[in-house]
Design a protein around this ligand. Structure first.
Ligand SMILES: [Zn+2]
Ligand SMILES: [Zn+2]
Length: 160
């Protein structure tokens, strides 16, 4: 991605400043799909702070910032395709976004299809990172602080 190319890396066809850019600058993404797209763009642009800030707060300390930065820098990002997103009712609200990301690195070309989960807490969407397990008992208050028991809230979305 050239520094001179103003189009958004998420592939929306819009300019960065009219797509993911405002979210990177601090506006809250209004949907899980837009948050997911802006996180892909952040990987392309090496915005590790943004990737951390948009992960569920209680998971942020478990993230490996250096590994994220290294992966972001090493990869040549080839594109994002969002297949669909589903928003589930309830409080707090959860959503799942299915997408395919493609990139190229020293080991060749990769294509990764994923169904990512998101939760909305106090009006803001966060990525639920399945690699940073939440430590809570099934009947404990959910660590997302959405006010539900863990097993009725984020647990099912993390495969726990
Ligand atoms: Zn975008
Ligand atoms: Zn929760």
């Amino acid at each position: 991605m050239s520094q001179l190319d103003p189009s958004c890396p998420c592939g929306s066809g819009k300019l960065l400043g009219q797509c993911c850019g405002p979210y990177h600058a601090g506006s809250h993404a209004p949907s899980a799909e837009l948050l997911m797209r802006s996180r892909y763009s952040a990987y392309v642009l090496g915005l590790v702070d943004y990737l951390v800030a948009t992960t569920l707060p209680v998971q942020q300390s478990a993230l490996d910032r250096e590994a994220m930065a290294a992966w972001s820098a090493q990869a040549t990002w080839l594109g994002l395709e969002v297949e669909g997103s589903e928003v589930f009712g309830g409080q707090p609200e959860h959503a799942q976004v299915t997408f395919t990301a493609r990139w190229h690195d020293e080991n060749g070309e990769h294509c990764h299809r994923e169904c990512s989960a998101f939760v909305q807490v106090q009006g803001r969407w966060y990525f639920l990172d399945p690699t940073a397990p939440l430590k809570a008992g099934r009947n404990d208050p959910c660590p997302c602080q959405g006010g539900q028991k863990f097993n009725k809230c984020c647990a099912p979305y993390l495969g726990t």
